[in-house]
Ligand binder design. Sequence first.
Ligand SMILES: NC(=O)c1ccc[n+]([C@@H]2O[C@H](COP(=O)([O-])OP(=O)(O)OC[C@H]3O[C@@H](n4cnc5c(N)ncnc54)[C@H](O)[C@@H]3O)[C@@H](O)[C@H]2O)c1
Ligand SMILES: O=C(O)[C@H](O)COP(=O)(O)O
Length: 630
Amino acid sequence: MIKDKFFIIDFDSTFTQVEALDELGEISLKDDENKEQILAEIKNLTNSAMDGRSSFTEGLTQRLILLKANKKHLNPLIATLKTKVSDSIRRNKDFFTAFADQILIVSSGFKEFITPIVTEYGIKEENIYANTFRYDENGNIIGFDQENVLCHDKGKIKLLENLALQGDVYVLGDGYTDYEIKEAGLANKFYAFTENVVRDAVVAKAEHIAPSFDEFLYQNKLPMAISYPKNRISVLLLENIHPEAVRLFKQEGYQVEIMNTALNEEQLCEKVKNVSILGIRSKTHVTQKVIESANKLMAVGAFCIGTNQIDLKACAKAGIAAFNAPYSNTRSVVELAIGEIIMLSRNIPTKSEKMHQGKWDKSAHNSFEVRGKKLGIVGYGNIGSQLSVLAEAMGMEVYYYDIVEKLQLGNAKKCTSLKQLLSIADIITLHVDGRASNKDFFGPAEFEAMKDGVIFLNLSRGHLVDIASLVKNIKSGKIIGAAVDVFPHEPANNAEEFVSELRGLANVILTPHIGGSTSEAQANIANFVPNRIMEYINTGNTYQSVNFPNIQLPELKNAHRLIHVHDNVPGVLANINNVLANHHVNILGQYLKTNENIGYVITDIDKAYDKNLIGDLRNIQNTIKFRVLY
Ligand SMILES: NC(=O)c1ccc[n+]([C@@H]2O[C@H](COP(=O)([O-])OP(=O)(O)OC[C@H]3O[C@@H](n4cnc5c(N)ncnc54)[C@H](O)[C@@H]3O)[C@@H](O)[C@H]2O)c1
Ligand SMILES: O=C(O)[C@H](O)COP(=O)(O)O
């Protein structure tokens, strides 16, 4: 135990998430017709005193008058406060018990509700310094004990002077009166606690910020309930990712920065330096150089399906796990493709444009039903196969081609070669992935192999199609309609001009890479990807990672979890186990999986172990990354 340190902890908005007198008002004024107005006044008085803008004593007197509270309201208040203990305080309960002799609650609140809350955490009653209420004969709260220094302005300073603590004093609180203890020279350090409320005036003065109690413990090398403070995990989200992702990451306690645009390599190298989690969509390229610049990167989230924009191998080799959302926008792409197939079959883009120019061109020329037409799907993955089902429901005859064997859905017919599909289909739609070998997949030879009068769609990736060949075949009339959603060069944001030879061609639908841009899809993605990443960070689970060996781990119970990522070379597992044996570690469970690039070993061990173990595991040859979870 550290004997010469004292931890002074504030109660309202620090130990608990709320201001207790505000909560008391919710109870005592429940039936008052002016409740909202009075509560707002009380809050104003609280904030003004906490920000150091007004006299504390005066504010307290006024708040008690406004509250019209009675002794009978205290039990319900205590019950409410018990549910509102700050999350990071709650999870570090063991610390309060272990360091009970050194922890003092110093509050300008009231012992009547503070004592029952904090003593549950092992805090000693004699270490609670706070005010006490005065009541009338009917139990109405009519004031406070004027003798107590804590009801006066600068009360906390006076108390600390009286206590004359012999040792280092650390103060943790959200309010100005907490900061004043340090200002008066009565504390060695003041930590502005910002988990529940951020008071700008206090943060501006504080030398140390503690967004959570874990951070306070971490900075002071004190035992923590979790292995690493979550507020130290920084998230950078690019390309206008849906706000649900921001909410989830913030709720987890991470620091989140958002940008609406994609970044080029140079910009990203600069921005990614201290980032722990990077979120991108299809336009930001995570290259080897970017990875080399990322000193703290743990995970990359592609908030989309495609991952060709990420150097997955380089990420794995650097111990960075990558995740995507493999199904969240599938249906949106399929619906757009269906709509476009019908629109192009009826020559609608041309007809609509003419109408806007005042030209009435009623004719059936070049207009066809889709029923009975042959749809050729290239790439029968999640999107291709889902499209197959909807197209058949509209009476289309479906043909598909894929490089791997796929389950045929409904009556869809497999083509044994791309050439076969191209020679059969009336409408050809591209749904392969953007792997490097698919670059210029469709060029002069592929367009040549198509039937005359064909319709062509690309909603997969821009670099798969040679645009010059596509334009040539549209202009020659071989292709009578086309829909293109993805392009070899796409603007980084909505302010940049879209430049393409495809502009201005008849019966060509051009869309700004919006196949997956529906509210439903974006919200689904923003839910899916953060959850995968947080699970990886919190448990080591790599299920559905696109570059790490996939391991689904059991819940971590009463153990420490050692997570070891290493080059996939012989002997590393043996070395890990030798180190564990040398330190007489009791192994509770061990899991190993490798892929072509890395090995991933998870070992759950008894909590009691010699701390040199960690350094020895880190030093094993071929270790890429090592972390401990609890
Ligand atoms: N326009 C958009 O907004 C949008 C939205 C979502 C996805 N996409 C793109 O669509 C692609 C496909 O999505 P998915 O979810 O169906 O992916 P998927 O991985 O489930 O399917 C891709 C299929 O293509 C096949 N394939 C790959 N190369 C091939 C080739 N040369 N010839 C034949 N088949 C080949 C694969 O075997 C696989 O079955 C994504 O990778 C992404 O690039 C675009
Ligand atoms: O891969 C995808 O899911 C699509 O290309 C969508 O990409 P986006 O999120 O950049 O629109």
